[in-house]
Design a protein around this ligand. Structure first.
Ligand code: GTP
Ligand code: MG
Length: 281
């Protein structure tokens, strides 16, 4: 008797959008992935570009509808209706342009506003692409800063170059035989989300560091001097400096803190304390 063949699972349909400032490389990342090529000439997306691609993730066939948005403010009216019913967002910035990184928050805000009070940003997979990493000379946002921003929000983070192709396949999906155990990619995270009834699975939401740690690292990076870094007033006593130092050291010690950039922040705090104590009697 012939064994009953297992019905193939129905193809999953998902909607993905791209977001980020004009000229950061959104269209080029999608083109690199779908067509394996790169166009150096800038052709601004007019409103929205739409494309469909089929991919295989584990045992699933997935039909991906990609809406590639224009980053220019001029097209706000066109793109604002495309935010809804989205499972995945590709958030892109140019590592050589700090303002494109700083703009990520306003992109999230625009989406949140368009989704309205009943929209749920929690159940969307976000991947951050730190793009144009091939232009190493002009880099102004380093990896730990970008990774910290992304991972403290539960977003995936990849360093990419649409020009060389670096990170692009790794971001969307490792080829199946290469996929390392536990490595989440954009598509695999979306499949997990769909399999979980449209809710982001708990595991992928858990962040391995606290908000206090992330905020402290950001504060240390932007501090103007050693006093400011330790969070003490200029002219503070040895005791006050040591106390502030110990608190930060416990919070940020690289053995305890998994946040990106914690090692550098820890070193900076150690140096700041040394410098201050040298000048206090
Ligand atoms: P809008 O559609 O206007 O929102 O821009 P976009 O984000 O889609 O940018 P697009 O992909 O059109 O790329 C903008 C420019 O950056 C083009 O000139 C690309 O050739 C260039 N570019 C994109 N990605 C990379 C990259 O990884 N490295 C380098 N060096 N240039 C890139
Ligand atoms: Mg574009």
């Amino acid at each position: 008797m012939e064994a009953k063949r297992k019905e193939p699972r129905k193809a999953l349909r998902i909607k993905v959008i791209s977001m980020g400032n004009a000229e950061v490389g959104k269209s080029c990342i999608i083109k690199r992935y779908c067509e394996k090529r790169f166009v150096p000439k800038y052709l601004a997306t007019i409103g929205i570009d739409y494309g469909v691609t089929k991919v295989q993730v584990r045992d699933r066939e997935i039909k991906v509808n990609i809406f590639d948005m224009a980053g220019h403010p001029f097209f706000y009216e066109v793109r604002n209706e495309f935010y809804k019913d989205t499972q995945g967002v590709i958030l892109v910035y140019d590592v050589g342009l700090k303002e494109s990184f700083d703009a990520l928050d306003s992109w999230l805000a625009e989406m949140k506003q368009e989704l309205g009070p009943h929209g749920n940003m929690e159940n969307i997979v976000f991947v951050v692409c730190a793009n144009k990493v091939d232009c190493t000379k002009h880099r102004s946002v380093d990896e730990s800063e970008g990774r910290l921003w992304a991972e403290s929000r539960g977003f995936l983070y990849f360093e990419t170059s649409a020009q060389t192709g670096e990170g692009i396949n790794e971001m969307f999906q490792f080829s199946q035989y290469e996929v390392a155990e536990g490595t989440e990619t954009f598509y695999s995270a979306i499949v997990d989300l769909c399999d979980n009834g449209g809710k982001r699975p708990m595991a992928s939401m858990s962040v391995s560091f606290t908000k206090e740690q992330a905020d402290t690292i950001r504060r240390i990076r932007s501090s103007k001097d050693s006093w400011d870094m330790l969070g003490v007033k200029p002219g503070a006593t040895r005791d006050e400096v040591n106390k502030a130092y110990r608190k930060l050291a416990v919070l940020l010690h690289p053995d305890k803190c998994m946040a990106p950039g914690s090692e550098d922040a820890f070193k900076a705090v150690v140096n700041a304390r040394t410098a201050l104590l040298k000048n206090i009697k």
